[in-house]
Ligand binder design. Sequence first.
Ligand code: SF4
Ligand code: SF4
Length: 362
Amino acid sequence: MQPTVTFASACPSELRANATLPALLDRMLGAWNFKKRFAAKRVAIKMHLGGNMGYSTIHPFLVGRVVKAVKDAGGIPFVTDSPNAVATAAARGYTAETLGCQLLPVAGAADKYIYSRRVNYRSMKTVELAGNIVDADAMIVLSHGKGHGHSGFGGAIKNIAMGCVDRNTRGRIHRLMSAAFEWDASKCSGCLLCKDNCPNSAIAFNDHKISISDHDCKYCMHCELACPKKAITIDQRGFRWFQHGMAATVNEVLKTFDKGRVLHVTALLSITPFCDCWGFTTPSIVPDIGIVASDDIVACETAALDLIKHEKFIEGSLPAPLKRSGSGHLLQQIHGKDPYIQVEECESLKMGSRKYKFVEIR
Ligand code: SF4
Ligand code: SF4
């Protein structure tokens, strides 16, 4: 049987408050039987609280509705994110008063409260899971869907893989991708043809040493082809290694919860091309869509991606130097990275199904 994805639309069917998103969200959460899932449980609400001048993370009012739904069901919720994001969350409107529950740094204030798990994937031998996630009885993965330079899309998978671990693990996952770039200093003549031919400004030289940004690189291979000395080698599998590393991490996090104790809720609102971790907000690239929810992470993420239609692209919304090119998903046209690969990798680890039943909440 296919997993269900519920959907609350941002565009109301009639002009009354009860038909708008917060009310639809309440009804949608009601459809997921919070009493059975969360009663008497400590429920981690994992979200990205943003940073610096960003104001496009999930509105505190909507977060408060989720907190209230957990409390009404007899659960004990807390909102959690990285130590820095929690420390500065009040500036962006997230406080115990506005949300209705406490905010906790996911791996403690010093980012050292962790549980280690062995994964043995390429150079990533272990992942260090955040203590406050592992200790929780249940979790709501409350994600803001937006573009992401590293993975095309940042939603539930990214929220868990990067947000439910410590800083060292995040670095380890990223290095899976940077391991794909090789540069032989002994062959390099310093002609800078690679840098000049990179259409994405992903190459820099410091002290005669190359650095390639895995965020900006789109694997076009121009640098490798342009290099007269064959000093650069790029393994295109690097992007998939990175996505698999994220999937393996998500798998370890989700395994810490009993069946039926995790719900994924992804807000497709203020869909910016960049992640909230940039600490600023740029225009939305498509109109607000709504909120999806599922207890199947693969189904939830696939539905979120399916709802971001390239036909809805808002002209003039891309900040320089971004531009659309090529085909595929809108976020692939912007970041050069297929955002569906992360869901494929999660499905390959049997975390869920890319086929789903879509139910719109009225
Ligand atoms: S592969 Fe393309 S985008 Fe990546 S560094 Fe080389 S030229 Fe730039
Ligand atoms: S094109 Fe090749 S030889 Fe020239 S600077 Fe780049 S890596 Fe070095």
